[in-house]
Ligand binder design. Sequence first.
Ligand code: GLA
Length: 375
Amino acid sequence: MIGKTPPMGWNSWNTFGWEISEDLIKGIADVFVEQNLKAAGYEYIVIDDCWSKKQRDSKGRLVPDEEKFPSGMKALADYIHSKGLKFGMYSCAGTMTCAGYPGSFEHEFIDAETFASWDVDYLKYDYCYKPDGIPGHILYKRMAMALRNCGRDILFSACNWGNDESFNWMRASGAHIFRSTGDIQDNWESIKNLALQQLNKECYSGPYCYNDVDMLVVGMYGKGNVALGGCTDEEYKTHFSLWALMDSPLMIGSDIRKMNEASKNILTNKEIIEINQDIEGRQAYTIPQWNNSNCMAYIKTLTNGDYAIGFFNFGDTSGEMSLQFWDMGLPTSSGFGLSLRDLWKHEDLGTFTESYTLKLEPHSCAVFRAKVVKP
Ligand code: GLA
């Protein structure tokens, strides 16, 4: 079954925009294997907008731009599959894609058939140039039905930015993930804004249909299509931790052919990825810090009885944070406490009762795995 846990992979948009090619995508597939991203769980390699010609062929089918993809999409899919990875593509619910290439409106079934004939495993489906008079939920239901009947398992990644109250109908329509926020940029303000836009949406996310807070910017350092500033490694660590706790898909957006050790350590932190991939798919809820509105704890209930606890400082000055265990359902009267393991330092910290207090630098975080234990 596809979509049981948030998908993990790479998407071309954040860094490369329209500058995509067969060689780039093959190079990314090679790096997935060589740099152990595949071993860490990354699976899908997705080509975003700008891959096709501006016109369909005489039979109404989408045609790849042969200057960018001279061997065609089936050959590229074969290459990606030969590495044990999966292949994703992009289209749009409107008449054109956001960058002005043909969209799938009124071509949903023929496009699903085309994608299946190329052995595509994932389709990102955008929301630009939406035709007048047709509700968004019908557009997504159309493509969901087409994909579900094309003869191939294709993960359906809906991208309508949370418009039209999509949290009310996306799961029912058949999407596996759905963008619940606007587009990300490679800067701290954007990371913070997207995380805050996602607050109180945890009830809409779960297995087979996860909230998607957009692709990762970890490792972009201000270079590429959505760059606009760049971030520090500390900010990328905070970003990755938030996305993991929010059960967002983990789709890398940087040029991993040039990945440095710091980005690799962030993107392949197995203990953090395990939290994101927890099988019950319960997105973290939040507990604000009562005396500091910039600080927040994120609590994610895990399948085996453990809890993932993230402490975040969104503010520009350092702050002290305290979590009262009572707030996550653990009264002192229970006689139980929490044993904590720091998932960035990979260190066991011991057992605590009643509460835990720590200091956080601006834009930074700490993430723990907590076991409920008798001290
Ligand atoms: C929209 C999407 C982005 C990207 C671009 C491509 O803005 O939200 O993620 O796919 O379109 O044009």
